[in-house]
Design a protein around this ligand. Structure first.
Ligand code: MLT
Length: 240
């Protein structure tokens, strides 16, 4: 299994023709793909990621029982039921519910990846489960960092490096310098993730938004043993 890393959606066009029938892991640590896993971990019946606010609103108008979640520029969208803090998606609020989520970067990256045969979603919170399913699927994998508005960010790149490092230990083969760079970054940061990320642009944004406590959720390892796949338009939990 060859390992590739897409450091930003701006670079996706270089890979678009290659991902058909391959695996793609969508990475948006702060906070989209972390939140998606939390929703399913806390018992959501259905989680449907969509690229646009208008589509989320349309779905809600068609089915008022739907709960719509998401942000633009990190802030809850007016009229939505939730923002995008993983702390909002408690068992009490999401168990048995159907949710729609749209975010600035994470759902955009997912919408680019629909030609892949397997689309996985997650973060540090379900890392071991993701590594297991990706290794078992035995197809080349593209680690797709959602970044921030087209820019590379530290946290998604770090996670790509962590996953690549784990896959290499299971026989994966590094296929590009982006993956080597991500693994190098992971080697530097792995013993003090929060410390290393303290200067990250997204962390700075969270401090200005008083959302620092989300970092405790987003940077914690393996609080979920479920991989999450995007299948037939919705996210499904795959117990590992
Ligand atoms: C993203 O799409 O990058 C995140 O959802 C941003 C956020 O949660 O603030």
């Amino acid at each position: 299994m060859k390992i590739h890393t897409i450091l930003s959606p701006q670079l996706f066009s270089l890979f678009a023709k290659d991902i058909a029938n391959k695996q793609v892991l969508i990475i948006d640590i702060l906070r989209a793909t972390t939140s998606m896993v939390v929703m399913l971990e806390n018992g959501a019946e259905s989680v449907k990621p969509v690229a646009g606010v208008e589509e989320a609103m349309r779905l809600k108008n068609e089915n008022p029982a739907l709960l719509i979640a998401g942000e633009r520029n990190g802030f809850k969208v007016d009229g939505f039921d939730f923002g995008n803090s993983p702390q909002e998606f408690t068992e009490e609020k999401v168990q048995g519910k159907s949710l729609v989520i749209t975010t600035t970067n994470g759902t955009q990256a997912l919408s680019l990846s629909l030609e892949a045969s397997h689309i996985w979603v997650g973060g540090f919170l379900n890392m071991d489960a993701l590594v297991k399913v990706i290794a078992n699927t035995q197809k080349d994998v593209y680690l797709f960092c959602a970044g921030w508005k087209g820019h590379v960010n530290l946290e998604d790149t770090l996670f790509a490096g962590a996953v690549a490092d784990a896959l290499v230990k299971l026989g994966g083969v590094v296929s590009d310098d982006a993956t080597r760079a991500a693994m190098g970054l992971w080697g530097i940061a792995q013993d003090d993730l929060q410390g290393f990320l303290s200067e990250a642009s997204h962390v700075q944004r969270f401090q200005s938004m008083h959302a620092e406590s989300d970092l405790d959720v987003c940077l914690k390892f393996n609080t979920s043993n479920k991989a999450v796949a995007y299948e037939n338009g919705v996210l499904v939990a795959i117990p590992s």
